[in-house]
Ligand binder design. Structure first.
Ligand SMILES: Cc1ncc(COP(=O)(O)O)c(C=O)c1O
Length: 323
């Protein structure tokens, strides 16, 4: 990846003249079955650029409980675009009837419901896959009610590899899709927005507003291309490692919930702070995501041997009576 970055041909991407960025955008658009791709520095910027393009100030966006756009983007939908986010369903998932029930009446008392955002895989729900039939059910309801559809596919390729369903099939119902080249795919920076030629103009404007126009960004795009060419299939190893970690934790008497579907393992402990301190003493860094719940994530820098090493250190902690 470093070699690909060092030797990438570059240009000024603010003028659309960086050949490596252009190649990444075309590759991504083709993979997702959309007309255009747009390189952005982060998943957050990708999501926010799309939300602006799909809404007007005062509008409402429906999404799953604990979705990234609501919980982990610094309140950006309200702060940047003057839109509110309403949650539907449970544990990040919802269906068409949830959408129908949540759409506001079309009179001036209410915010205008204008878009639905699906997160797949769902981070806070533990890397869960939003089932394809349920995505289609949500999309049918959204279309019936004239709503736009956004997919926060930060880890879309984890869903692709876990299910064997192509990215273009997952992306098909959506107007805008973001996926991340960083995280499990292993690039240092970057996400791509994939959308129609028409919406791409508005999304491009959002990117400029957010300061996401970059110049010789081909150095970064080359890392993304390398990730798409070499690091997608191997996500299956991360999923196997997550299952291995989950099985090991359960053997130690720790509750894992949900069973890992992709590369995340959520497990329960009684005393969050004590457990965290005991892990840190052993140079093992795992984030608590809520009182009593830790989230471990496997990725290309975590090998099977690393998982076993981590389990050994966790066993020391539980043996010492901390759990
Ligand atoms: C589901 C989801 N969407 C978006 C993002 C944002 O990505 P970034 O950290 O690149 O802004 C993340 C980051 O973890 C995520 O999990």
């Amino acid at each position: 990846m470093r070699e690909a970055m060092a030797s990438a041909p570059v240009g000024d991407d603010v003028y659309g003249e960086d050949p490596t960025v252009n190649r990444l955008q075309e590759t991504a658009a083709q993979l997702l079955g959309k007309e255009r791709g747009l390189f952005v520095p982060s998943g957050t910027m990708g999501n926010q650029a799309c939300l602006r393009a799909l809404t007007r100030p005062g509008d409402e966006v429906l999404t799953g409980v604990d979705s990234h756009i609501l919980l982990y983007e610094s309140g950006a939908p309200a702060a940047l675009w003057g839109i509110r986010v309403e949650t539907v369903g449970e544990k990040g998932l919802f269906d068409g009837d949830d959408v129908r029930a949540a759409v506001r009446p079309g009179d001036a008392h209410y915010a205008r419901t204008s878009a639905v955002s699906v997160e797949n895989t769902h981070n806070r729900a533990g890397g869960r896959i939003f089932p394809l039939e349920q995505v289609r059910d949500v999309a049918r309801a959204a279309r019936e009610r004239g709503l736009h559809l956004h997919l926060d596919g930060a880890r879309l390729f984890n869903a692709v590899v876990a299910t064997g369903t192509d990215a273009a099939v997952w992306a098909e119902p959506f107007d805008t899709v973001t996926f991340c080249l960083s995280k499990g795919l292993g690039a240092p920076v970057g996400s791509v927005i994939c959308t129609s030629a028409e919406l791409a103009r508005e999304v491009h404007r959002s990117r400029k507003m957010l300061g996401g126009g970059m110049r010789q960004a081909g150095i970064l795009a080359a890392a993304g291309l390398h990730a798409l060419e070499h690091h997608v299939e191997r996500l299956a190893l991360d999923h196997a490692n997550a299952r291995r970690l989950a099985a090991g934790l359960e053997k130690l008497g720790l509750r894992v919930d949900p069973p890992p579907e992709t590369n995340m393992v959520m497990f329960e402990v009684k005393d969050t702070l004590e457990f965290l301190a005991a892990l840190r003493e052993r140079s093992l860094l795992i984030n608590p995501v809520a009182e009593g719940w830790f989230r471990a994530v496997t990725h290309l820098d975590v090998s099977e041997a690393d998982v076993d090493e981590a389990l050994g250190r966790i066993e020391e902690v539980t043996r010492s009576g901390v759990r």
